[in-house]
Design a binder for this molecule. Structure first.
Ligand SMILES: [Zn+2]
Length: 335
């Protein structure tokens, strides 16, 4: 077996029952967690943002799990195209810091790396990239769809939201109807919430996606169960939105949304091992442990906070946009 994600693909090919389980389990936070993160953020939209958005709590909540509704094999092209949006294996790109700010530059770097690298087993240990499990490496691990595209889809939707806010401001200032653009804004804002929430789930930022791979001195679980146990079963049975709502503060305007979002993903990645340690201690089994509860509510709150910050930043940044191309010069009035 070459990689965990490749294995995941083979499992999907082989076992229909597991396809169904994977479809449910791979959604990050499950239905409940995604719903909570969007709802809490929506309830905290400040008074200096548009009133129609503050009133759209039900719609924004509904849209939290929306991309997980795009994973059905009956919509094959959609399922295939959107799967890498939900994760990024940060250990695979430890050599690429900072991450390029744009999707196609990221692709280019990954393809260059893939062409340059030999399978891990064929080279001396000293040449191995940091954190890469030695028996679990293949050049195809560097394909963009295997590394994952989390920060790119997120900032692309942020861009859509910001552009829609700008159009809303323009129409409002012209006293033209804004209902159509309001619908677009609510959709973009809700859709954005899904990926931001995925990013707060540590297991969506790592090669340790669902069972420990590589050296395992602490004896963490290698079974392919921890992912869904943590984000879906445990959350659904033990956590409600009110359990973390108070942890989410007023939004902050981000000065560099892409880099700050990547920092948020790296922070999530630093907590991967905690998820495994909590699991080992029975933290997510049944009613779990107080430590697991605190950890999980903090991760959910981090997701809501980043989502609220991105909404707020998109709104604020839509007011002044230095990148807007100047209007073409008017032809001279005929004299
Ligand atoms: Zn997801």
């Amino acid at each position: 077996m070459k990689t965990w994600r490749f294995r995941r693909g083979l499992v999907n090919l082989g076992l229909t029952a597991l396809v169904l389980l994977q479809s449910v389990g791979a959604g990050a936070w499950g239905n409940e967690g995604h719903t909570y993160i969007n709802r809490v953020a929506a309830q905290k939209i400040p008074a200096d943002m548009p009133r129609f958005l503050r009133r759209a709590v039900a719609e924004l909540t509904y849209l939290g799990p929306e991309p997980d509704r795009w994973r059905n094999p009956s919509e094959l092209q959609l399922k295939n195209a959107q799967e890498p949006d939900h994760f990024i294996d940060l250990e695979r790109v430890a050599w690429l810091d900072p991450l390029p700010a744009t999707r196609y530059e990221f692709y280019r770097k990954l393809y260059e790396k893939r062409a340059a690298d030999r399978p891990e087993k064929d080279r001396p240990e000293k040449d191995r990239p940091d954190n890469t499990p030695p028996d679990n490496f293949h050049p195809d691990d560097y394909l963009p769809e295997h590394v994952g595209l989390q920060p790119y889809i997120t900032l692309e939707i942020f861009g859509r939201l910001k552009a829609a806010f700008r159009e809303y401001r323009r129409l409002r200032d012209l006293h033209q109807p804004t209902a159509p653009v309001e619908h677009a804004i609510v959709f973009y804002a809700g859709w954005l919430g899904h990926y931001v929430a995925d990013g707060s789930q540590p297991l969506h930022t790592t090669i340790q996606y669902n069972g420990w791979v590589g050296p395992n001195p602490n004896g963490y679980t290698t079974e392919h169960k921890i992912h869904a146990l943590f984000e879906t079963t445990y959350v659904a049975q033990n956590i409600a939105a009110k359990d973390f709502s108070a942890l989410v503060r007023a939004p902050e305007r981000l000065t560099d949304p892409f880099q700050q979002y990547v920092a948020y993903l790296r922070d999530s990645n630093r907590q991967v091992e905690t998820v495994y340690a909590l699991e080992k201690a029975g933290g997510f089994t049944g009613k779990g442990t107080p430590e697991a509860f605190t950890f999980t509510t903090q991760r959910l709150a981090a997701g809501s906070q980043m989502l609220l910050n991105l909404w707020y930043t998109a709104w604020q940044d839509s007011a002044t946009n230095p990148e807007t191309p100047a209007a073409p010069p008017k032809p001279a009035e005929p004299k």
